[in-house]
Design a protein around this ligand. Sequence first.
Ligand code: ADP
Length: 446
Amino acid sequence: MFSKLLIANRGEIAVRLIAACRELGISTVAVHSTADRDCLHVQLADESVCIGGNSSAESYLNVSAVIAAAEITGAEAVHPGYGFLAENAHFAEIVRDCGMVFVGPSPEAIRLMGNKSRARETMAASDVPILPGSEGALSSREEARELAESIGFPVILKASSGGGGRGMRLAWNAEELDAAYDTARNEAENAFGDATLYLEKYLENPRHIEFQVLADASGRVVHLGERECSIQRRHQKLIEESPSPALTPELRMEMGKAAVAATRAANYLNAGTVEFLLSERGEFFFMEMNTRIQVEHPVTELVTGIDLVKEQLRIAAGEKMTVPKRLQVRPRGHAFEFRINAEDPETFAPSPGTITKLVLPGGPGVRVDTHLYGGYCVPPHYDSLLAKLLVFGRDRDEAIIRARRALGSMIVEGIKTSIPLHLKILEDRRFQEGKIDTHFMESFFD
Ligand code: ADP
């Protein structure tokens, strides 16, 4: 195992990674921006290096500063967390070229899955079901129109290099598609530096179901079951759960097999997530593969009892994963994750500022992953995620009751948070019955 690891991230995920390192006896190096001098991950790590100014571009996205910090401190490995440089193939390559280990898949796998149209092609070639749509990238508006007419509207235009729920355009007919084509290309060029688009059939009321996978150097590939992430706002996940109320054991097995096939097709190593859309009719389609640890990974940890970050570190160090050979096919309970953001629960406007009072819930079946502490000042420069409240129960109903209890006793004063929104969602009948799809939040607000 490594003796020293650099964490190229901040906030709750940096704190989570430090926890795994502590348990494995790995010493940790934190990096931080000037605005994050007092962030909890800096206080918890064994060493820390300031890598630049407040903006992400000056600090957490600054490849040479991160690499210099790793070299100066003698780190043997770098864990990127999620966001920032986590899916940057160039960064993974430089880490490797500098003789350090990147905790994640190879730069080649990151590059392949980062190009969503190529990812689609790869999956199609390996018999993983994909939505009807373009083979690879679109070359013209005319091609988009012909294709849409042959597969049928509605269709969705997506940026090949897209992510974070951005760069997608829905079209219900040929006129809308014509109009969307240039806008989508411009948006993609501005947001991702790549105007390439692809097109696929738009599913009207799908569920977002993703599978956690692990692959180690011995050639073993396993899936650890699914997470349902249909509660989204503007394609950003708000609440995740496992197991999905929509999956039968048979469908879980079938989708899990496809997830493993997708992982093998990408020649993938380490932890990853294969995302699918599940139609109302129970058909599933590959959407994309995320080549990093996900925000919502603890949901899977709660239902499987496996520490995914420790597995990532073992795999990166060339060891075998320690997942039992016969991991129970049936999940051992039910888990939810609620993302607590620093934002107004009604307008969703960001709400940075100083935490004047903080009381975190605990007790049976409750886990909070956070970097918050009383007196901490939430900076305005980064993602608004403050904490992830996770609950675990014997079944979905018990988990919902726990969630209500835990969210109801969580106090964050000084800034606005999404806690009141989550409490309202918990009172929704359709949510309680598990009758959810990716449009749940739109109808919730109506
Ligand atoms: P990103 O990588 O930007 O998050 P995804 O491809 O994962 O983009 O899509 C994000 C969300 O957009 C999905 O969870 C789903 O709600 C919606 N979506 C994407 N593609 C489709 C589609 N073909 N039909 C219906 N909804 C879609």
